[in-house]
Design a protein around this ligand. Structure first.
Ligand code: 5RP
Length: 239
């Protein structure tokens, strides 16, 4: 028996931050995008430790959710928006988790319903690092982990019809400890989509995002990341 999934998440996150510091891709004075979820959080924590030990100074963060905002507040990492003069709409690097990553490093994200702000941040970053446990490493996308699509609530019925025309089976995501649908940090609903056969993520990203009433889908194919994937045996594969 190897290390647990939670241990893999911490290992991937810590290895990525330390490796990227050693390579000069995470550096003092940089502008960094910080992702959301149970693998991104240890990366935020590791970043804060490297700030606290004096390795990094004057790091400016842009966050992707209330979860990450709260983590930065707890760890004392200064938070900006993409629109701030200090950021000028562009980040040096972003680091985040993923729900699935295929062999070409296309991603499904949005299991935590944060993919809209994640995509805004990560498509405006010069370098994207993804941290993941081994269960996220897959051959194809679309049939197993449902693709999250953030939608305008008033457009629910026509958007679902359009997604079904693209072959998807759709479910409006339900809240946990909250009656009714999940409402995102941006006030929208999430529709989770699965297909009977694997789909081309790049083609589907464009087709889904072209539907009127879709805010953003969880396929990430346009800023190819470097992935740090931790395995059960305690190794970390970089791809
Ligand atoms: C949130 C995301 C997360 O990165 C994704 O859901 C992975 O989360 P975790 O690391 O908790 O498995 O896209 O919207």
């Amino acid at each position: 028996m190897g290390i647990s999934k939670d241990e893999q998440k911490v290992l991937a996150a810590t290895t990525a931050v330390d490796t990227l510091i050693a390579e000069g891709k995470i550096f003092s004075g940089m502008k960094i995008g910080l992702g959301t979820g149970s693998t991104a959080m240890p990366a935020v924590k590791r970043l804060s430790e490297r700030i606290a030990d004096g390795t990094l100074k004057d790091v400016k963060a842009v966050v992707t959710s209330f979860q990450t905002q709260l983590a930065c507040e707890e760890y004392g990492i200064p938070v900006y928006t993409l629109n701030d003069k200090a950021i000028e709409g562009h980040l040096d690097l972003a680091i985040d988790g993923a729900d699935e990553i295929d062999q070409k490093n296309n991603l499904i994200k949005g299991g935590g319903a944060a993919h809209l702000r994640e995509k805004i941040v990560e498509y405006n970053a010069g370098f994207l690092a993804i941290v993941a446990d081994g269960s996220k490493d897959v051959d194809t996308l679309g049939t197993k982990f449902p693709l999250p699509v953030e939608i305008i609530a008033d457009a629910r019925v026509p958007v679902i019809k359009a997604l079904e025309n693209l072959g998807a089976t759709c479910t409006v995501r339900e809240g946990v400890k909250k009656a009714g649908p999940v409402i995102t940090d941006n006030g929208n609903m999430i529709v989770d989509c699965v297909w009977k056969s694997p789909v081309d993520p790049a083609e589907m990203e464009d087709k889904i995002d072209a539907i009127t009433g879709v805010v953003e889908c969880g396929f990430f194919t346009k800023n190819k990341p470097v992935a740090f994937i931790a395995k059960e045996d305690g190794s970390v594969v970089r791809r």
